[in-house]
Design a protein around this ligand. Structure first.
Ligand code: CP3
Length: 345
């Protein structure tokens, strides 16, 4: 059976001969081959805008680390950028938007719906190129940020430790926040639909900053919007699996609901707990602490522990968040090999 089918089947919760593996941020600064292409492209955003180079970077980890699925090379922040928010990546400081949203008038100025989604044509071109170049055998994962995670950058203007500006909006101007989230959700629905039409096999929604919202308000300000996207896509494309990755919300596990396929377990949520609460309803993905990649022994131990917990339950091996730039490549390869070794059923 080709591994592409195994990957998609595993995400859909079907019986498969082994548990597939991929890594979040598998293309990135820990790979010298990535750094070489990144240097040629200059700016990180140039790389995202260049389908030929983005395709090359997407394919690199397949041969180098031997994962079962490729993840599209792009960034979650291209969506607000094309809505008109002027994104830049400042060296050493991460992403910045020059003019964050403060008022309804700021929001009204942003491009919405199909007009914004269509401006992401370079992403769709990248996907089409990847599908030509990628072995038929390998699945391609497309992705988006959740409306909440995207909104944190659109409101704060950059990454934040405290989320005070967007949290102030939760408590003092929830209507504006809902309007922002609704506008982003409309764009993301169409963006992901176009990614599917361009050829992706699996969708992942990253809610990286889920834990910034207090648990009693998480459904209202984040989960609900991700579900709206998942339900829109599932109705039209039921064969395309949807992975939802909300980082750091163990107290929400009891309340998880909706029509999607895979729940991405982050490294701070115990796999036992996720299995107990969600293992019957969803396929689980994860969840090795990415910093274990600094030690091969600690990696081996974690992979074995995860396999022991999951047993024959439906599972996709992955890290519990993104890989860091100073991880030795051979340790990343070791992680993939260990997953493959223990997952032979
Ligand atoms: O996983 C992959 O290999 C696919 C590519 C991918 C990137 N970003 C490339 C990237 C994916 C899936 C993302 C998602 C993303 N981007 C998220 C959600 C996932 C997560 O990690 O929680 C978030 C929050 C972003 C926003 C973002 N992009 C930040 C905060 C940064 C700066 C990070 C840093 O450490 O400086 C980026 C830049 C970015 N996106 C890089 C890569 C490879 C590094 C850019 C570079 O210097 O080459």
């Amino acid at each position: 059976m080709p591994s592409r089918k195994i990957f998609v089947d595993a995400c859909l919760g079907k019986e498969t001969p082994y548990t597939p593996v991929w890594m979040m941020r598998q293309a990135g600064r820990y790979l010298p081959e990535y750094m070489a292409i990144r240097a040629e492209a200059g700016d990180f955003l140039n790389l995202c805008h260049n389908p030929k180079k983005a395709c090359e970077v997407t394919l690199q980890p397949i041969d180098i680390v031997g994962v079962d699925a490729a993840i599209l090379f792009s960034d979650i922040l291209v969506v607000p950028d094309e809505m008109g928010m002027d994104l830049s990546f400042v060296k050493g400081e991460g992403p910045k938007f020059s003019d964050p949203i403060k008022t309804e008038a700021d929001l009204d100025r942003l491009i919405g719906g199909d007009e914004a989604a269509s401006k992401l044509s370079y992403v769709f071109e990248t996907i089409k190129l990847i599908k030509k170049e990628l072995s038929e055998d390998i699945a391609l994962i497309g992705f988006t940020g959740s409306p909440w995670t995207l909104a944190t950058y659109m409101i704060e203007g950059e990454g934040t430790k405290t989320y005070n500006i967007c949290k102030k909006m939760i408590y003092t101007n929830p209507t504006l926040l809902h309007n922002i989230l609704a506008k982003v959700t409309e764009v993301v629905k169409l963006y992901m639909e176009k990614q599917i039409q361009s050829g992706i096999d699996v969708v992942q929604i990253f809610d990286s900053w889920a834990a910034a919202i207090e648990p009693s308000m998480y459904d209202e300000f984040s989960w609900k919007y991700m579900l709206e996207i998942a339900e829109y896509l599932k109705e039209k494309y039921p064969h395309i699996p949807i992975i939802i990755f909300p980082k750091g919300i163990p107290s929400f596990l009891d309340k998880v609901y909706g029509n999607f396929d895979v729940f991405g377990v982050d490294w701070s949520t115990p796999m036992e707990l996720a299995k107990e609460k969600l293992g019957d309803k969803y396929v689980l993905q994860g969840n090795m602490e990415p910093c274990r990649l600094y030690s091969k022994e600690m990696t081996t131990k974690s992979v074995q522990d995860i396999q022991e917990i999951m047993g024959t339950s439906r599972h996709i091996f992955n890290l519990g968040h993104g890989i860091l730039p100073d991880v030795p490549v051979e340790n990343a390869i070791h992680f993939v090999k260990e997953c493959q070794r223990v997952s032979k059923k």
